[in-house]
Design a protein around this ligand. Sequence first.
Ligand code: NAD
Ligand code: ZN
Length: 367
Amino acid sequence: ASAITVPVPLGDRAYDILVGRGLIEAAGARIAALGARAAALVTDEHVGPLYAQALSRSLAANGLRTAVITLPPGEATKSYAGLERVCDAVLEAKIERGDLVVALGGGVIGDLAGFAAAVVRRGVRFVQVPTTLLSQVDSSVGGKTGINSRHGKNLVGAFHQPSLVLADTSLLDTLPAREMRAGYAEVAKYGLIDDARFFAWCEGNWTGIFDGGPERDEAVAQSCRAKAAVVVRDEHETGDRALLNLGHTFGHALERITRYDSTRLVHGEGVAIGLTLAFRFSAALGLCPLSDAERVEAHLKSVGLPTRLSHVPGGCGTVDELLDAMTQDKKVKGGSLTFILARGIGQSFIAPGVEAEKVRAFLTSEI
Ligand code: NAD
Ligand code: ZN
């Protein structure tokens, strides 16, 4: 299988992202080349039965002793209990400092297994084999790992960069359509942030991404390049990396209001509504042409994503509830709201200190 290589030049922690169809069959050789003797393969009950055997076989064929750890699917697995299970299984498998944790799954498994790798034996290396579009274009790149606590999502974690990311795009053939669309919102986001050409390319080529044509590999690779560039500039999110939150201030608020109930709203759907709102808000503030906001919405709508507050199943709550949910966001500093706004498609920027009254007026007009 031919692969596109996206380098992530992070000094002594530099690594490659490989993107292509059929990569897991040859994964063993790539992973063995990292020099480990054993691997703990962490997966979930949806992904494991589909792909764990092919991957563990390939690892074994390349001389790696492999143990498989299978966890229940879903966000609830990203917990202290889940962390304990993975750490204990990794120790049980006699994984040592030179060995590897391999995450085979979506963002839940990647975040959890990555965090376990960051802390078990004070840190072992790990490899990401992301199996959702969202994890291939977003969560597997950049080194944020962690679990949820009763105080909120992703509040306990570590920066721990993978040693390799293998994004096998053929694995997306079994991904439910709704998960595929949700991940696509993040793909479109990269164009909207700073690459108007890529957004226009998406408008013309999105069906190939969904159908598994060569456009899928191109889109995943381009998204990884975009994320890697931001991460390399600002690994620990002290500045620029916040641009990746375009659409997320509104999106996170909607996830909170729908109580993270994935039957109502999944992350990418919240992001799709959030992207549309970020552009409509920018237009309302006179920063961006309304026609750009309409173009964003038309495209997200055409792939089947929700774009408006009225599209939230079970309702989006009142303006006050929305504002409340937004100011609880961990990215909010000192009571004022930080937004990612745009002057147009591909021209987003960080806007600190947006007055709550302006947000209120906008939401009132949207509800
Ligand atoms: P997920 O891991 O829950 O996967 C979604 C569903 O698809 C699950 O039911 C899973 O079992 C199933 N699945 C996965 N791959 C499949 C395949 N190839 N075929 C069939 N079914 C498959 O969800 P996700 O959207 O991948 O990730 C969401 C998580 O990612 C959240 O916890 C979020 O906080 C995290 N995240 C992290 C970062 C980061 O930078 N670390 C960035 C964005 C999101
Ligand atoms: Zn996101």
